[in-house]
Design a protein around this ligand. Structure first.
Ligand code: G4P
Length: 558
């Protein structure tokens, strides 16, 4: 198909014909994130998906990581040094007829801003839980973010090869703490060293796994049979076998069937047991996830749902990352395509400025690697290079009437003064900081005392400041001096509060007023006590723990 003739933007019979192909392409897309508490095994499972998906030949195993070889999805120098994921990456690959867009997210809570934004760009999430620990704090937080955004969740109960909590107790904990139904799609045959396989409740087949030497770098062999087969009985000791049979009977007696609609509406979490490290149950969860998770669905532009097969191309930027590749010091905007078909060099409206821009430099992403992409469809994540005017939340579309809802900032809980100690490198400091601020994972708060050389920064967690300082130095050659700021809590001031009320407010000791770059007022507090006192003394000053969207700001101004 030639450019400009695709019928996607056109109407009539040609448009209808192409729409069928467009729909097929969209239906086979699966765009999801893997979320977890740190150390639950998210990176390991991601690698194994790439191994089973055929995207890599050899999983970057733990042993390899120990020798400092980067895993496929960890690419920043700091990540390598610390062994933690600092920022998210996109991994696109084709597997079993599906085009998979896998968004890997950092697990550490200090990098949650990045994770939260990634969750605006996915259609479903896979939650990895350490079966020895159950639901941990960060899992719960990320679960809530998904639930608030109506993102369906699947669960992989990992590390079954080690001593775990009782499987029934794990399910009960999910139901109790997350207030959601669970449905075990498969059931573990033993735990810890006795973990031999899983029983698939849908096919009623047992999958027995073989442990392989080599840290799980290769696919694990599987034998399949029925629970009553002698070779299955022989692999488990009699007590473990009797326990599994009893547990399966309990589950069947309890009733409850897999209900895809309930899963997709967020009311049910399907649970899979396995061990990412040993490649146990990885293929089962990957296949089931791709089969049952949702293809891309409509997205809201104001009050209007934009169908994925809309004749116009549209997408929004959910992340900006500078200097992903040290060989190309450039800035990449991650775009989630929401409708229609993308074609390289197409002209689109950039919603924030209203300008028409041509998208020449478009890339398919695979961790740190990228290759030029000529076409992409709703559901895909592409990287656009070379537009300094793009910001997080901006819509790009061939229909200027489409304007996706903005991506909310998350409320900072860490604050820091950052200054430039070297008067000869002021320009580098300012420019570097400006670029890192544009990525949106830290915010700048403006005080009356702020200067070009001393800035107040805010982030969801303090490790994010270390990343900023590290990157200022390594990517921009700019030193920085950090000084702690005394606040711990931030509240957004309602845009409905008048200037007169604001001037008349009572400020407890140690509290501070500031503005965001967009002009929103905030108040920072050193303690809960100061916040409570402020609220009590200032009934006319409405504050919120959640930021106000520009829509609510505009509404208040009317
Ligand atoms: P994360 O991205 O969620 O933070 O977790 P990651 O995959 O890095 O895994 C955290 C630790 O858990 C790693 O060990 C990893 O090997 C281990 N792990 C992951 N899946 C399994 C599993 O199925 N069984 C067992 N037994 N361990 C698993 P580590 O010792 O922290 O890593 P390293 O220091 O050896 O690199």
């Amino acid at each position: 198909m030639r450019k400009g003739e695709d019928g996607l933007r056109g109407r009539g019979a040609a448009g209808k014909r192409t729409n069928v192909g467009l729909r097929d392409e969209i239906q086979k897309r699966r765009t999801f994130a893997i979320i977890s508490h740190p150390d639950a095994g998210k990176t390991t499972l991601t690698e194994k998906f790439l191994l089973y998906g055929g995207a890599v030949q050899l999983a970057g195993s733990v042993t390899a990581r120990k020798t400092q070889r980067a895993t496929t999805s960890d690419w920043m120098e700091l990540e390598r040094k610390r062994g933690i994921s600092v920022s998210s990456t996109v991994l696109q690959f084709d597997y079993a007829g599906a085009t998979v867009n896998l968004l890997d997210t950092p697990g550490h809570k200090d990098f949650s801003e990045d994770t939260y934004r990634v969750l605006t760009a996915v259609d479903s999430a896979l939650m990895v839980v350490d079966a020895a620990k159950g639901i941990e704090s960060q899992t719960r937080k990320l679960f809530e973010v998904c639930r608030n955004r109506s993102v369906p969740i699947f669960c992989f109960m990992n590390k079954m090869d080690r001593p775990t909590l009782e499987p029934l107790a794990l399910l009960d904990e999910i139901e109790r703490t997350l207030q959601v139904h669970v449905h075990p799609v498969n059931w573990p045959l033993g735990t810890g060293f006795d973990f031999k396989g899983v029983y698939d409740r849908q096919t009623k087949e047992v999958h027995l796994f073989e442990r392989l030497a080599g840290g799980g770098a290769f696919r694990a062999p599987v034998s399949i049979g029925s629970i009553s087969d002698p070779f299955v009985r022989e692999r488990l000791d009699p007590a473990a076998y009797a326990k599994v049979v009893e547990e399966i009977e309990i589950l069947e007696a309890a009733g409850g069937r897999f209900d895809r609609d309930e899963v997709l509406s967020g009311g049910m979490i399907p649970v899979f047991f396995g061990s990412a490290l040993n490649n146990f149950g990885v293929q089962l969860v990957l296949d089931a996830f791709l089969k049952h998770s949702a293809p891309p669905g409509p997205r809201m532009s104001g009050d209007r749902g934009i169908p994925t097969d809309h004749s116009a191309f549209s997408g929004f930027i959910f992340k900006i990352q500078a200097n992903m590749d040290p060989n190309h010091r450039d800035r990449i905007a991650f775009v989630r395509i929401c409708s229609g078909k993308f074609e390289r060099e197409m002209a689109v409206t950039h919603s924030r400025t209203g300008e028409t821009v041509r998208l020449n430099s478009s890339h398919k992403l695979f961790g740190r690697d990228r290759e030029t992409v000529d076409e992409a469809y709703a559901g895909d994540i592409i990287g656009i290079v070379g537009h300094s005017e793009f910001g997080v939340g901006d819509t790009l579309t061939t229909d200027p009437g489409i304007h996706y809802d903005e991506i909310p900032h998350f409320t900072p809980e860490a604050f820091l003064y950052l200054s430039n100690p070297n008067p000869y490198k002021g320009k580098r400091f300012r420019e570097g900081l400006e670029q890192l601020l544009q990525e949106g994972v830290i915010q700048e708060l403006i005080l009356d005392s702020s200067t070009q050389n001393t800035r107040l920064l805010a982030a969801v967690g303090p490790l994010q400041f270390d990343v900023v300082r590290f990157r200022l130095e390594s990517e921009y050659g700019a030193e920085s001096r950090a000084e702690p700021a005394p606040w711990r809590i931030l509240r957004w001031v309602s845009p409905a509060v008048t200037d007169d009320d604001f001037r008349a407010m009572t400020m407890p000791m140690g509290c501070q007023v500031a503005r965001t770059k967009e002009g929103q007022r905030v108040v920072m507090f050193p303690t809960d006590w100061a916040l409570d006192y402020f609220v009590e003394k200032n009934p006319r000053i409405a504050v919120s723990s959640q930021p106000f969207t520009s829509r609510s700001v505009r509404a208040a101004a009317r």
